[in-house]
Design a protein around this ligand. Structure first.
Ligand SMILES: [Zn+2]
Length: 342
């Protein structure tokens, strides 16, 4: 039984995404922080499959091929340029294999390249386009249902991504990484999304960088400004008015917490569940999560949207807890200790 296109699904209602592969597999010891290239695809494919499966069980409706930062420039930096195609193709096949265990769609994935320079957009744009052409071409060959172009900070780069996706005749979801007030090439974020919409993007929005608190106000503006579908995949970190992007967060000693010491800012499953509800209320169509997110967040978001997912079988039931449980469960002699918790 297959599934319906991303557009058909969005017409019916919210599509739940689930990302965060990079941070999660780094934490598990399969990716090197710094370059953040998804070498795990070739070196430990079973670890990647398992994480896909966990997101699937948690209710993610899209298996995003783990090709983030698997473009030619990054592969060259880590000395694995010859692995470029095998890595991309394997990532797509793994995503497809696990998607078929459920009823998920497969998204090809391209991202910010670090190659685009608005001061030299002709020449650098060509380099970016070539890298996107390779990756989107492989995604098309491997049967991806749509493409997510994400974490892009230049509107110029996003427009190239969109053009390439449309050239391959695939539905396009393009989302910006809104670190600063405007894009790095000086465009208002909402206007950037409107430009994407006018050029035929099917889904526009924001991913990564901001937590719910600082992404929700932007989503309210965006929803009013575009007619196409809107996507929101925030990071599960407590970004604030003072520190609107997670790159700016400090650890408890005043040092930069990004990227490796963000834990103290991590949002709970309940906070991400609330985000899902808030985004639903605004009218966001594709709701997900980015760096820092884990399957338990996605399950809580799915359940907040009224869904029962495979992993719901093991959702919390605190009535059976030895201290916090119901009066039938908690032993009399234990109850006294609860007083000390107050
Ligand atoms: Zn991210």
């Amino acid at each position: 039984m297959k599934k319906g296109s991303i557009i058909q699904r969005l017409q019916k209602g919210i599509v739940l995404g689930g990302e965060g592969y990079l941070f999660e597999l780094e934490r598990r010891g399969y990716i090197k922080a710094g370059a953040y290239v998804p070498e795990v695809v070739l070196d430990f494919p079973d670890a990647l499959k398992e994480l896909h499966r966990e997101f699937l069980r948690a209710g993610a409706e899209t298996m995003v091929a783990f090709t983030y930062y698997a473009h030619r420039d990054k592969m060259r930096i880590i000395g694995r340029e010859k692995d470029l195609k095998p890595l991309n193709v394997n990532a797509l096949r793994i995503a497809k294999e696990i998607a078929e265990e459920g009823n998920a769609l497969v998204a090809g994935n391209i991202c910010n390249t670090w190659a685009y320079d608005p001061a030299n957009k002709e020449e650098t744009g060509k380099v970016v386009r070539q890298m996107y052409e390779e990756q989107v071409g492989w995604a098309k060959e491997e049967g991806a249902d749509f493409i997510i172009a994400e974490t892009i900070e230049y509107v110029g780069e996003a427009l190239i991504a969109l053009e390439v996706i449309k050239k391959y005749n695939l539905p396009a979801m393009v989302t910006f990484a809104t670190t600063y007030e405007k894009s790095k090439d000086g465009v208002d974020w909402i206007e950037g999304c409107q430009m994407l919409e006018s050029k035929g993007a099917d889904v526009v929005g924001f991913n990564c960088i901001r937590g719910p608190q600082t992404m929700l106000p932007m989503l309210r503006k965006l929803r009013k400004a575009v007619k196409c579908y809107v996507a929101a995949q925030p990071v599960p970190y407590n970004t604030t008015e003072k520190y609107p992007a997670f790159q700016f967060l400090k650890d408890r000693y005043g040092e930069n917490a990004y990227t490796l010491a963000l834990e103290q800012h991590l949002l709970s499953r309940f906070e991400m569940a609330k985000f899902a509800k808030d985004a639903q209320e605004i009218g966001v169509n594709y709701i997900g999560i980015c760096c820092g997110g884990a399957p338990y967040h996605v399950r809580a978001m799915a359940e907040a949207l009224g869904r029962v997912v495979p992993a719901s079988k093991y959702s919390a039931d605190m009535s059976q807890h030895g201290m916090l449980g119901s009066s039938k469960i908690v032993k009399k002699h234990e109850k006294a200790f609860l007083e000390k918790w107050k």
